[in-house]
Each structure stands twice: as structure tokens, then as C-alpha cells.
Design a binder for this molecule. Structure first.
Ligand SMILES: [Fe+2]
Length: 389
């Protein structure tokens, strides 16, 4: 066995109605001024957010709400958040929402502690040396896993790029995961975020940097997604399915923050940044095409992915058993109404070069199990347009 390291510093509090204990937890930790960060659309109007704010105020905690985070948080939103944090002088932060508010909160906290602007970190001009203030993440979707990861993605609209920054000093202090909040998630969001979680689990599992602990987390996440995502999608109020998806998302996050991601995310980022396709849908489109390219070169781990997703591979030859991972992903995609190709989301075929040029710069591309040069990316993306290169 190869040497490896593993760690997540975030404490997890998981279960039905655990969010109701938020105020006592904050009081216990001595927090007196909390900046609450959330999205500008659905989470802003959520009754769960109102209940959370009331709970904190009734406990005598001063609260400031920053509810301007858009899907795929921009450089400008992060900078605005840094100004608000500096003015308010909070001693803790809470992120309530999906990946966007959680990532924005991590970036705001990191820039506030380390100085400069978020662009300095996106483009490697400054290094992270300081912890921010304590951050509590309360996910409202099951997909990103951001509540237990060191990563935050920011969109630079000037350059039409989505860039991730990851550092262990950006880990949230606490993740409060309450699946009751997830029961109001619309089916389209459930599908897109669920396929994002599946992408995290599979990319972490086949990654160059995978280790025995991330393998265990990733495989269990795949099993939970394979047996619960469709139920959560079609019966949103099924608390058992929601709980299992919340857990799967968290476990996949814990896996990928250690093992890293790969080419699916590398290609999905420019699709999101250049064409506004949601992160989950972009990953969902790309996942089978990237896996197929790995499969062609031979990838024994795909056999385990097939089994975890419920495929019957008994007595199948190895190569066919491995291919069943792609079959399982495509079946799930279809059942969740995730678009099959890039053409299905109206991306013009002449965008191929721009997508590949950006994907080739992805910081985790070399973590993919098959090493991918620009010509390999061209083949994968052409396939995802429904063409054959
Ligand atoms: Fe993702």
C-alpha cells in the first residue's frame, strides 16, 4: 500500500432538526456577532432561514444578513462580502444554502484574513497563511459537499473562468446537516446537485490521489446515491431518501477534498463559466464521456463503480463489467432528465476549442486516472457534442 495522508478538520452535526440547536451551539462557542451568508433567490425566502435568524436573535446574538450570493459566485460578490464582513466586525460566519453561498463564505473569510483581493488567490499571486473566523456551513442541497471541503470556486466574469481555490485553512469549523431543510428542494435542483455529488464520488474514487479512506467514503457515497437519488427526485418529502442523499454528498465531499477531482470538473467549469450551464448539469453531461475515455484505456476501478451503482456484473468479463459503470450513469442521467449532450443545452459546436483550452489549465487535470493532453480533451468534448472526432 502506498503512503497517504487524510484529514477533515470540520466537525459534523447530522440529523433531523439538528439546525434547531444552532443558537445554543453558537452561544457555547461564545459567538456574539454573526454574518449570515445566503443566496439571492430561493434560500433568501426560505422559512428555515427566517427561523434560523429568529433563533439567533432570540439568543441575544447580533446578526447581519448578506443575501446577495448568485449561482456561481462572482469576484464582485466576494469583494462585496469582504467589505460587509470588515464593516460588521463579525466574530463568526454562517453559510446557509447550496455550494454557491458556502463557497462565497469561504472565499470572503479567507480574503478578509489574508488581505488583497480574491483575484490574487485565483491567479496564484498570493498565498494563504491565516485562518479566517469560525465558519458554520448549513447546506440546503445535497451535492456540493462544500460543508466539509477546503475548496471554494469563484467565477471571474472578466475572463469567463471558474477557478477553484483550495486550502486546509479554508475548512469550515462546523457542518450542520439537517435533511428536513432538503425536503423543499425542487426536483430539478435535486437532480443536478445529486449528479454533482455522484461526480465527486466517482472522480475521487478513480483519482490518482485516491487512498483507502477516500475509497471507502466514495464507494459508500455512490451506493447511497444509486439507491436514493431517484426517490429524492420523485418524492421530495421522503425524509429517508433526503437523509441518505445529504450523507452521500457529505461523504463524497470528504473524499474529494482529500483525493481531489479530475477531468469532469475540469471540463464542466468552462461550460459553466462560458455558457451559464449549472455546475451539476455540466458535470452530469460530461461524466459518462470522460468515464468512457478512461474505460477505453482500461480502468479496473470502474468495475467497483458499476457494483456500487447496482449493476449486476456477475460472470461478465472484466472489460464489460467496467463498462457497466457508464451504463449505470447514463441510465441515472436519463431518469433524472439530465441532458445527454452539450448540443442538448444549445452550446454551439464551435465552442469546442474554447472549452478545451480552459479545461487544459484545470489545476486537478493531472489527477485524472488517464493523463489527458489537449487532443484527448478535444476527443472527449467532441463526443459530448454527440459527434465523433
Ligand atoms: Fe462539483
Amino acid at each position: 500500500m502506498n503512503a497517504f495522508s487524510f484529514g477533515i478538520s470540520t466537525k459534523v452535526v447530522f440529523g433531523r432538526d439538528v439546525v434547531k440547536n444552532l443558537a445554543p451551539i453558537c452561544k457555547d462557542k461564545g459567538f456574539t456577532k454573526i454574518l449570515v451568508i445566503t443566496g439571492r433567490t430561493s434560500t433568501k425566502k426560505s422559512p428555515h432561514l427566517q427561523a434560523l435568524l429568529e433563533q439567533l436573535e432570540q439568543a441575544g446574538i447580533q446578526v447581519q444578513l448578506f443575501s446577495e450570493v448568485e449561482a456561481d459566485p462572482s469576484v464582485e460578490t466576494v469583494e462585496q462580502g469582504v467589505c460587509i464582513l470588515q464593516e460588521f466586525q463579525a466574530d463568526a460566519m454562517i453559510a446557509f444554502g447550496g455550494g454557491s453561498p458556502m463557497d462565497a463564505a469561504k472565499s470572503i473569510n479567507m480574503v478578509n484574513a489574508n488581505g488583497g483581493s480574491i483575484r490574487d488567490y485565483l491567479y496564484g499571486r498570493r498565498t494563504i497563511t491565516k485562518n479566517g473566523i469560525p465558519l458554520i456551513c448549513i447546506p440546503t442541497t445535497a451535492g456540493t459537499g462544500s460543508e466539509v471541503t477546503a475548496a471554494a470556486v469563484t467565477t471571474d466574469k472578466q475572463n469567463q473562468q471558474k477557478i477553484g481555490v483550495s486550502h486546509e485553512l479554508m475548512m469550515p469549523l462546523l457542518a450542520i446537516v439537517d435533511p428536513v431543510i432538503h425536503t423543499s428542494m425542487p426536483s430539478g435542483v435535486t437532480a443536478a446537485t445529486g449528479i454533482d455529488a455522484l461526480t465527486h464520488a466517482i472522480e475521487a474514487y478513480v483519482a490518482v490521489r485516491a487512498n483507502p479512506i477516500t475509497d471507502g467514503l466514495a464507494l459508500q457515497a455512490m451506493k447511497l446515491i444509486g439507491s436514493n437519488l431517484l426517490t429524492a427526485y420523485s418524492h421530495g418529502d421522503d425524509l429517508e431518501a433526503r437523509s441518505n442523499m445529504a450523507l452521500a454528498s457529505l461523504m463524497a465531499g470528504a473524499a474529494f477534498t482529500n483525493a481531489g477531482l479530475g477531468a469532469v470538473h475540469g471540463i464542466a467549469h468552462p461550460i459553466g463559466a462560458q455558457f451559464g450551464i449549472s455546475h451539476g448539469v455540466a458535470n452530469g453531461i460530461m461524466l459518462p464521456y470522460v468515464l468512457d475515455y478512461y474505460w477505453q484505456a482500461g480502468n479496473e476501478k470502474l468495475r467497483d463503480v458499476a457494483v456500487a451503482l447496482g449493476e449486476d456484473i456477475y460472470q461478465l468479463p472484466d472489460k464489460e463489467a467496467q463498462r457497466r459503470a457508464i451504463v449505470a450513469v447514463n441510465t441515472l442521467k436519463k431518469d433524472l432528465a439530465i441532458p445527454a449532450t452539450l448540443a442538448d443545452v444549445q452550446i454551439p459546436a464551435d465552442a469546442l476549442e474554447c472549452i478545451c483550452a480552459d479545461a487544459a489549465t484545470y489545476r486537478l487535470l493531472a489527477n485524472s486516472p488517464r493523463q489527458l493532453a489537449i487532443d484527448d480533451l478535444r476527443i472527449i468534448v467532441a463526443n459530448a457534442f454527440g459527434n465523433h472526432y
